[in-house]
Design a protein around this ligand. Sequence first.
Ligand code: NAD
Ligand code: UDX
Length: 472
Amino acid sequence: MKKIKTITCIGAGYVGGPTMAVIASKCPEIKVNVVDINEKRIAQWNDADVNNIPIYEPGLAEIVAETRDKNLFFSTEVDQAIDEAEMIFISVNTPTKTYGIGKGKAADLKYIELCARQIARVAKDDKIVVEKSTLPVRTAEALTSILHNTGNGVKYHILSNPEFLAEGTAIQDLLKPDRILIGGDSDTQEAREAMQALVDVYAHWLTDEQILTTNVWSSELSKLTANAFLAQRISSINAMSELCEKTEADVDEVAKAIGMDSRIGPKFLKASVGFGGSCFQKDILNLVYISQSLGLQEVADYWEQVIIMNDHQKRRFAQHIVKTLYNTVSGKKISLLGWAFKKDTNDTRESAAIYVSDYLLSEHAKIVVYDPKVSSEQVYADLEYLGTHDPAFIREQVKVVSSPTEACFQAHAVAIMTEWNEFNTYNWKEIYQHMMKPAFLFDGRNILNRYEMKEIGFEVYAIGKGPSIQIA
Ligand code: NAD
Ligand code: UDX
C-alpha cells in the first residue's frame, strides 16, 4: 500500500490554509505544500510575524508557527508543487456564477477546471486528485474527462473529500470532526488503494468510525445537502421569530423547547439577523440550479425558499430600524457593532451587516462600523461590490472606527450585527449616556440581556421577542 509522502493543496484560503496546517501538524512525515496564485495571500502566510497570516481563526497561528517551513510550505510555485506531490487537493473558490448560463445560481467552476488543466499539463507520474472545494454533484466526471484525455500515460484517481469545518471553529472542527467524508470509486484495486491512501492521512488522528467512505456522487451531494439542511434550520427559526414578534412568544424559549426533542436537537436554532458566510447561500443556489437543470422544479422551489426567507430577515431588520426611528434615518448616526458574518472570524463574505448597511444607505443614514477583526478597506470593498451606491457616496456616509465607544458616541441607534463575545463586556450604561435620546438598541443576535438594557434606558428591539418588550 502506497504511503503518501508529499501533499499539495491548490488554494490557500479559509479551507486550504487551516486544513493543510492541521494535516502538517498531525502528519510530521508528510511534506505539505500549499500553493496559490494570489501572491499577496502567500506572502501573508509566510509573514515572519505569524499573527499576520491572512486568516484569523482561533488556534491557527499557533499551528502554523509550529509547522511552517518544517513540513508546511506556502508558495506560488504551483507547477513545481503539482510535480512533487503524490496527492493533490483542489481547494479553490467555487463562487456563484455572475455571467452567462446559470448566472446568479450555478457554481462557477472555472477555477476548478483551470486547476485540472494545470495538473494535466504538469504531471509526469500518477496522482491522486482530491476535490476539497464544494462542487456540484457529478463534477468528478468533468475532472476525469479533462485529466484522462492528456494522452501522456499518467493515471489519476479522483476522490471527493468535502470539508465541513465552520469558520471561527475551524481548528477544533478539523481536530475533532463529527466525520470525515471520502467519496471514491471502489471498482478496482488501484481505486480502493487511492481511497485508502487518503483514509491513512486522516487516520493519523481520527478513528475508523470517524472516517466515512461512500461513492463519489454521494460524497459530492452530501456536502450540498448538509449545508442546505443547516441553513434551512436557521431560516425556519427566523421565520418563527417574526411570528414570535407578533404573538409575544419568545423565539429563544421556542427554540429551547423544540430543541429538547431529541429528534430535532438544540443546535443551529439561534434566530438572527440572517445567515451569512461564503457557503450557505452559494451552495443552496447551486442546489436550486442543479434541481432546475434536472427538471425538478418543486425540489428547486423548496430549497430556494430558504434563501428567500433569509433575504426577508435581513431586509425586515433594516426596515424595522427605519420605522422605529420615526420613519427616517436620513443624516442620523447608526452604529453597527460587528461586520464579520459570525464571531471569531475576519471573514465578511455575505455578512448580513453588508445588506443591512446597503439598505440604510438607501435611506441616507450615516453609518459607523466597529468590528474587532475587520479592516475599513474590507468594509468599503464589501459595500462597493454590491454596486448599489456610488463609491464616493459610500465613503462619505460610512465611517469605520477602531473602538466601540467611538462608534456609539452620539449615535441615534446601535445595531448588533455579529455575536462577538466582547459586546457583552461593554459598559452599556456609559454607552447609553453618550448616545442621542431616545437611545435605540437593535440586537440582531439576541446576545444582550434586554431587560438590563431597558433598565439602563435603551429602547430595545430584539429578534423574535414579543411586542411587550419592544419599544416601550
Ligand atoms: P477562498 O476564496 O478563501 O480561497 C480560495 C483560494 O484559491 C484563493 O486564495 C484563490 O486565489 C485560490 N485560487 C483560485 N484559483 C486558483 C488556481 N487556479 N491556482 C491556484 N490558486 C487558485 O475560498 P475558501 O473559503 O477556502 O473555499 C474554498 C472551497 O471550499 C469552496 O468551494 C468553498 O465552497 C468550500 N468550503 C468553504 C468553507 C468555508 O468555511 N470557507 C467550508 C467548507 C467548504
Ligand atoms: C457553514 C457550515 O456550518 C460548515 O459545515 C460548512 O463547511 C461551511 O458553511 P460557516 O458558514 O463557516 O459554516 O459558519 P456557520 O457556523 O455555519 O454559520 C453560518 C451563518 O449562520 C452565520 O452567519 C451564523 O451567524 C448563522 N447562524 C448559525 C445563525 O444565524 N443561527 C444559528 O443557529 C447558526
